[in-house]
Write a protein that binds this ligand. Structure first.
Ligand SMILES: Cc1cc2nc3c(=O)[nH]c(=O)nc-3n(C[C@H](O)[C@H](O)[C@H](O)COP(=O)(O)O)c2cc1C
Length: 364
């Protein structure tokens, strides 16, 4: 739990109210600078995005997208999703998915050779392709003993590197298995567990069940990281307080506001909340993001990849609609830059709304 009394800044940065601050979070031997983690997000948390999150600050641990252990081992080619990890600053977490212990063991061995900081196992992906055909992801929430074998095997491959698991509450509301699964994960030697407070069948419209996350916190001694609907300092404090979790993980919100980590960090430290980047700074960030994707993937592919990121910029800024509609069909780098030059809004009308509810967990 590790929550102590402290004082929280209000929206203007003035310190006003007494609220909790969470204790430092360690995952095995790794002490994180903040207890705020960037979630694995398939299709988004690539090298360039992770670089951006690191630059903006406040995030204690950054994860890659989920990587198929079997695809890597059987195909014997390094997954695209691991591009850049070799030289990337640490700490860095890599998430694996599979249902075969031997696959995750061998993948963990290879990740240990790359000196990855944390290896996470995905037991939460609700996608049909992963749950049905592959019998992996959230499908395994029905089967805590297989989950335990997966964690133990990953630990064998990982050596000294801490292994964590990311789960949902269960496959559906009739089968809530989170406590049982969390105990199995802990028994098998995991260093921490992240709980997304929904079942695999729940859409994002269903509120996160904080009571069920709290039950997991009660049931295990390893750190529990709460996940789901954390969008700012206030929602982070709220879920930490309510559940007694040791940290929070943020997914959708960081796609439109990658500076959310520094905002939460400030609140947890009782510091004034830093202002969001100005529109001018966001424009620069957008162009740099695009440029780096082009460097990595060439053009037009880099531009095509950039469309989905660009579409998530400027949440709550009036006048951004036209920009978004054009930028999401930008043909190539020149077209992209022209759209940014002509249409990126310069006027701020910040009425921050969370527009992330429409994004589905695709786990591509
Ligand atoms: C597009 C998308 C892709 C996702 N990919 C992954 C993934 O690769 N691995 C994983 O464990 N969770 C994945 N998730 C789930 C998130 O990590 C997170 O658990 C969930 O979105 C709830 O957190 P949030 O409310 O902060 O978004 C994904 C979610 C979305 C929307």
């Amino acid at each position: 739990m590790g929550i102590d009394g402290n004082r929280q800044p209000d929206k203007t940065g003035t310190i006003e109210v007494a609220v909790p601050v969470v204790a430092p979070l360690s995952i095995g031997p790794l002490q994180l600078a903040t207890p705020i983690l960037q979630a694995p997000i398939a299709g988004f948390t690539d090298l360039v995005f992770r670089r951006l999150v690191r630059e903006l600050g406040g995030c204690g641990l950054i994860y890659t997208e989920m990587v198929s252990a079997g695809g890597w081992i059987k195909g014997n080619i390094p997954p695209d999703r691991l591009v850049g990890v070799e030289d990337e600053p640490r700490p860095l977490g890599v998430q694996l998915w599979d249902r075969e212990p031997e696959m995750v063991e061998e993948a963990a061995r290879r990740l240990a050779d790359l000196d990855i900081s944390v290896i996470d196992l995905n037991f939460g992906c609700p996608k049909k392709r992963i749950m049905g055909k592959q019998g992996a992801g959230a499908q395994l929430l029905r089967d805590p003993s297989t989950i335990a074998r997966m964690v133990a095997a990953t630990k064998r491959g990982a050596g000294e590197i801490p292994v964590t698991a990311k789960i949902r509450l269960g496959p559906n509301s009739d089968q809530i298995t989170a406590v049982e699964v969390a105990r199995a994960v802990q028994e098998a030697g995991a260093a921490a567990i992240t709980v997304h407070g929904r079942t695999a069948r729940d859409g994002y419209g269903i509120p996160v069940d904080r009571d069920r996350i709290a039950q997991v916190v009660e049931a295990v001694q390893i750190p529990v990281i709460a996940n789901g609907d954390v969008v700012d300092g206030a929602s982070a404090v709220e879920i930490l307080k309510y559940t007694g979790a040791a940290g929070v993980m943020v997914a959708r919100r960081c796609l439109s506001a990658p500076w959310v980590f520094r905002e939460i960090a400030a609140v947890l430290q009782g510091q004034p909340i830093p202002s969001p980047p100005t529109l001018e700074q966001q424009r620069e960030q957008l162009l740099r993001h695009h440029e780096q994707l082009i460097e990595l993937h060439g053009d037009p592919f880099g531009t095509v990849l950039m469309r989905k990121f660009a579409a998530r910029y400027l949440g709550g800024v009036s006048g951004a609609k036209l920009f978004r509609s054009k930028v999401t069909v930008a043909k190539d780098a020149a077209d992209f830059r022209r759209i940014v030059k002509d249409l990126f809004p310069t006027e701020i009308d910040l009425e921050m709304v969370v527009e992330d509810q429409t994004l589905d967990e695709s786990c591509q």
